[in-house]
Design a protein around this ligand. Structure first.
Ligand SMILES: CC(C)(COP(=O)(O)OP(=O)(O)OC[C@H]1O[C@@H](n2cnc3c(N)ncnc32)[C@H](O)[C@@H]1OP(=O)(O)O)[C@@H](O)C(=O)NCCC(=O)NCCS
Length: 179
C-alpha cells in the first residue's frame, strides 16, 4: 500500500493549489478545478458532501482528491463520486489504491467510522477513457447513459453512468439492517 486517505484541512491549501495548478492540463478538460477553492470546499463539508485527499505515504505529496457528493441517506444511502489525480502521481496506480480505501470508508457502517452508504455512482463523459478505466477497475457496473447531465466547459454534457452497491464490494458487510 503506497497511499493513505484523510479529510482535507486548512493547512493543505498551499499544497492543494500547487498540485491542481501543476495538473491543470491533465484534469482541466474533464473536471475544471479551481486551484484556490480548498477553503470553500472545507466550508461545504457536511452530511451531503465528504471529501477525501489521497496522500502518498513516502513523500506526503497529494495524489488526488475524491468528493463523495450528493449524499442522501434514509432509504437511498447513496453518493456520487467525483475525483482527480495530480502530477507527478497520476498514472502510477496510486489513485486506484486510494479509491479502494475511499470505497472501504464509504461502505463501512457509521459506527465503524464509515459513511454507511449502500450505493455509489460515477458519472463520466463518454470519451473520458481514463476515468471509465478507473471506474471499471474498481468493479463499477455500467448502468446507462444520461443525456445533457452536467454543465461543463460551457455546455450540457452527456454522461455514462456507473454504479456499485455494497453487496458488490469485497469485504463490505452488505447493508441490510436499516429497517
Ligand atoms: C480519472 C483519473 C482520476 C484517473 O487517475 P489515474 O492517475 O490515471 O489513476 P491511476 O494511476 O490509479 O491509474 C492507473 C493507471 O496507471 C497504470 N499503473 C502504473 N503503475 C501502476 C501500478 N503500480 N499499479 C497499478 N496501476 C499502475 C495502470 O496501468 C493504469 O493505466 P491504464 O488505465 O492506462 O491501464 C485521472 O486521469 C484524472 O484526474 N483525470 C482528470 C479528471 C477526471 O477526469 N475526473 C473524473 C471525472 S468523471
Amino acid at each position: 500500500m503506497r497511499v493513505t486517505i484523510r479529510a482535507p484541512r486548512a493547512e493543505d491549501e498551499g499544497a492543494y493549489a500547487e498540485a491542481v495548478r501543476r495538473s491543470a492540463e491533465h484534469i482541466g478538460r474533464w473536471n475544471p478545478v479551481e486551484p484556490d477553492a480548498l477553503p470553500d470546499l472545507l466550508e461545504r463539508q457536511g452530511p451531503g458532501l465528504q471529501t477525501f485527499l489521497i496522500v502518498d505515504l513516502e513523500t506526503g505529496g497529494l495524489v488526488g482528491k475524491v468528493n463523495v457528493a450528493n449524499i442522501v441517506m434514509g432509504r437511498f444511502c447513496n453518493g456520487s463520486l467525483g475525483y482527480d489525480s495530480y502530477l507527478p502521481f497520476a498514472g502510477t496506480g496510486r489513485m486506484t489504491e486510494g479509491m479502494r480505501l475511499v470505497l472501504d470508508r464509504c461502505f463501512a457502517g457509521q459506527p465503524e467510522g464509515g459513511l454507511g452508504l449502500h450505493r455509489l455512482e460515477i458519472n463520466v463523459q463518454p470519451d473520458n477513457g481514463r476515468s471509465i478505466a478507473l471506474a471499471k477497475r474498481l468493479g463499477f457496473r455500467h448502468e446507462g447513459f444520461t443525456p445533457r447531465m452536467l454543465f461543463l466547459q460551457g455546455a450540457w454534457r452527456d454522461h455514462e453512468r456507473f454504479a456499485l452497491t455494497a453487496e458488490e464490494w469485497p469485504g463490505s458487510a452488505a447493508v441490510d439492517d436499516r429497517g
